[in-house]
Design a protein around this ligand. Structure first.
Ligand code: KIV
Ligand code: ZN
Length: 389
């Protein structure tokens, strides 16, 4: 039996607030429709109190995008809560997402607040939020660097005040999988009312561990994942939605978790976001990068031509990539060359293939990739030379 995990997409909030990723209202609206069609459960459309533009974008998405829960972020400040609720007024299913820092370093240097004041402030605003909205999420910013005993107290109070989802952010990407997983185990064991709320992960990638930490949280009972397409987000980014979803799918026997994402839409959605923001996806990015299903090395190409699963753990079509690609370059072998030539209508015998292979290698030494036009030219040149001799 599988359990359901909720995908809370924050591409339009945590992602959009990172350098180089800002979007206009129209672009955010387009992406929100794409995210809805992708099958995420919650779209965090922005931080309503942060600017009139963000507020307008949240209000527009709340009104225009149906069939998905729409959230907006708010500080534990009355004006933020009111602005957030106003922006969510027309949402089919609104969620108010409140946050307050919980680590001593944030409390002392940023908020200049004692722990006691933080507990009172958080509980008060969650109570206020619940008078306006049935669905209230509370995030303890910098939770992974907070004292666990204090988190137990803080979360107990906000659950008593009515929070329905509790998010445990690794705000600065400090955690490692073992400690992040253990934190969820402790909180779910020790917080009174833990079984009445959904526990949520929110991981940043400063150590390249955001997805691993997310999976560790899920192993220890989290049932909501906060993530972004292409992993965009503050600094090194957030846990990449496409990576989490595919890890859960590839390792379904281990995690036994299902989500509502239509994986075939992952690649088109990733491309759309990259085109809108101009923030390019690294070639070697997992799942959606140009090289994710590309093979150049001769041994790999040979294996792939015999059986795709020799070198691929995911069928590219399952994530919306049209197919694997065999890149012909200086590392490629005869098998790939023969296959590509066949696709171009050439069927050289062994001797002709050897001559073509020598010419191909010479060309591949001078350029990164040999494409179909190059091959066609090369074959015609060899055929002319044979006729003349
Ligand atoms: O990283 C973080 O702590 C956040 C919260 C505001 C949820 O983005
Ligand atoms: Zn964040």
């Amino acid at each position: 039996m599988s359990e359901r995990v909720l995908i809370f997409d924050t591409t339009l909030r945590d992602g959009e607030q990172s350098p180089g990723c800002s979007m206009s209202l129209a672009e955010k609206s387009r992406m929100a429709h794409t995210l809805r069609d992708l099958g995420v459960d919650v779209i965090e459309a922005g931080f309503a109190a942060s600017s009139p533009e963000d507020r307008a974008a949240v209000a527009h998405i709340a009104h225009a995008v149906r069939g998905v829960r729409i959230a907006t972020l708010a500080r534990c400040v009355q004006e933020d809560v009111e602005l957030a609720m106003a922006a969510l007024e027309h949402a089919e299913a609104p969620r108010l997402h409140l946050f307050l820092a919980s680590s001593d370093i944030h409390l002392e240097h940023k908020l200049r607040m004692s722990r006691e004041e933080a507990v009172c402030t958080a509980a008060h605003h969650v109570r206020l939020a619940r008078t306006l909205c049935d669905d209230v999420e509370f995030s303890a910013e910098d939770a992974s660097r907070s004292e666990p005993a204090f988190l137990v107290r803080l979360f107990s109070e906000v659950i008593a005040a009515g929070a329905t989802t509790i998010n445990v952010p690794d705000t600065v990407g400090y955690a490692d999988p073992a400690s992040y997983g253990a934190l969820f185990a402790l909180l779910r064991r020790e917080v009174p009312g833990a079984d009445r709320v959904v526990w949520s992960t929110h991981c940043h990638d400063d150590l390249g561990l955001a997805v691993a930490n997310t999976l560790a949280g899920l192993e220890h009972g989290a049932r909501q994942v906060e993530c972004t397409l292409n992993g965009i987000g503050e600094r090194a980014g957030n846990a990449a939605l496409e990576e989490v979803v595919m890890a859960l799918r590839v390792h379904h026997r281990r995690y036994r978790l299902e989500c509502g994402v239509n994986t075939r839409r992952l690649y088109p959605a990733s491309r759309e976001l990259a085109a809108i923001t101009g923030s390019l996806v690294a070639r070697n990015k997992a799942i959606v990068g140009d090289n994710a299903f590309a093979h150049e090395a001769g041994i790999h190409q040979h294996g792939m031509l015999r059986h795709r699963e020799t070198y691929e753990i995911i069928d590219p079509e399952d994530v919306g990539v049209p197919g694997s690609t065999m890149v012909l370059g200086k590392h490629s072998g005869r098998a790939a060359l023969r296959t590509r030539l066949a696709g171009l209508g050439y069927s050289p015998d062994d001797a002709a293939l050897n001559r073509a292979f020598v010419a191909f290698k010479r060309l591949a030494d001078t350029q990164r990739e040999v494409d179909d036009k190059d091959l066609d030219r090369l074959m015609r040149h060899l055929q002319t030379a044979e006729r003349v001799s």
